[in-house]
Design a protein around this ligand. Structure first.
Ligand code: RIB
Ligand code: CA
Length: 339
């Protein structure tokens, strides 16, 4: 299998252009500090048509994820009828292993935000809502998981017909080089490796927005401070979330925040800011130090493994290798502060 040359993803017209038709999107999240930043952007970007939000256990428990998601959508000014559904409360195989040491006990930086006023989840589960909204969309949907992929795997196994109306899955997960949950595994994939493996074989175009680009989109302290001083609740929430520091991070006192998951949604709104390469990707499922690793094959040709044991079929994924940080910072701030 020859590996293609680096390409910038060939995608439909960027949503950031004057949107004739906003891109239908659905976000599957584990809100979470950076999932909240992503939701704020998705609600406010005119080139995106956010049709549903589904919740899964990850950064914190799924009921807290639902609560956080509803609260953020309220503050963002999302349409009252935007459907939100509760999904899996643990991975397919592993127990739930939360990341409250990063996102705070409530998953939202312990900001003490009020419970959602009137907004409530719909009375169906996440997989049912995903099927309904994907098949019910007049144009193919771009699915944006920013969390462990448990809901997505359950959807693909329960209703595989949904792929006929999925334009692309752009997921935050994986890493080409260095992990965070382990030396080689990124949290969303590590949390539910089997689910990530199912995602990769979905049979639709997939973009992997991994840690290699995820960790580069840092908002300068002056912008964070301006957001925090905003009179507009959504912009102010973005500032407070960006100022939330992972206690385990370096002792740097300046509130420089990582856009995190929000960069994934920026990549859907403006694909030209992301450089990807179509590469074979596998998820290591074996118990031990590599479990949850996304093994990205960047070799220019086969090696002794294929020569002696034959080539294995590996899913081809558009892997993000570079990102225009300034472009996405401008896009994000210009969208979230525009009110
Ligand atoms: O590894 C980072 C990812 O894990 C982000 O999506 C963060 O919100 C957590 O879910
Ligand atoms: Ca997340």
């Amino acid at each position: 299998m020859t590996i293609t040359e680096p390409t910038t993803q060939a995608r439909p017209e960027a949503a950031s252009a004057h949107p004739v038709h906003p891109v239908p999107v659905i976000i599957d999240c584990d809100t979470g500090v950076d999932d909240a930043l992503a939701l704020l952007f998705a609600v406010r970007h005119p080139g995106l048509d956010l049709r549903a939000v589904t919740c899964v256990a990850g950064n914190t428990d799924v009921d807290q994820v639902v609560r956080n998601t509803l609260t953020v959508l309220d503050i963002a000014g999302a349409a009252p009828g935007l459907p939100v559904a509760r999904g899996a409360e643990r991975p397919l195989i592993e127990p739930a292993r939360f990341a409250e040491h990063v996102h705070g006990r409530d998953g939202m930086g312990d900001l003490g935000l009020p419970a959602p006023a009137t907004r409530a989840p719909v009375d169906v589960d996440a997989v049912t809502l995903l099927r309904r909204e994907i098949l019910g969309s007049p144009r193919p949907v771009t699915l944006i998981p920013t969390a462990p992929l448990t809901n997505i795997a359950l959807l693909l196994r329960t209703y595989p017909e949904v792929t006929r109306n999925i334009e692309r899955i752009v997921f935050m997960g994986g890493a080409v080089a260095v992990g965070n949950a382990t030396p080689v595994a990124e949290f969303n994939v590590w949390h539910d490796p089997e689910a990530a493996a199912i995602l990769l074989t979905a049979g639709v175009p997939i973009t992997m927005y991994g840690l290699d680009v995820f960790q580069r989109v840092l908002v300068p302290p002056a912008d964070v401070q301006r957001l925090r001083a905003s009179a507009e609740p959504g912009a102010r929430l973005a500032g407070d979330l960006l100022a939330h520091r992972d206690p385990a991070a370096s002792g740097d006192p300046t509130p420089t925040g990582n856009l995190g998951d929000a960069g994934t949604v920026c990549a859907v709104a403006d694909p030209a800011g992301l450089t990807t390469r179509l590469l074979p990707v596998e998820v290591s499922l074996a118990p031990g130090p590599t479990r949850g690793q996304t093994v990205v094959d960047r070799r220019p040709r086969h090696g002794e493994s294929e020569i002696h044991h034959g080539a294995r079929e590996k899913p081809l994924v558009d892997v993000a290798l570079d990102i225009d940080v300034e472009r996405y910072l401008k896009l994000y701030l210009g969208t979230v502060e525009k009110r």
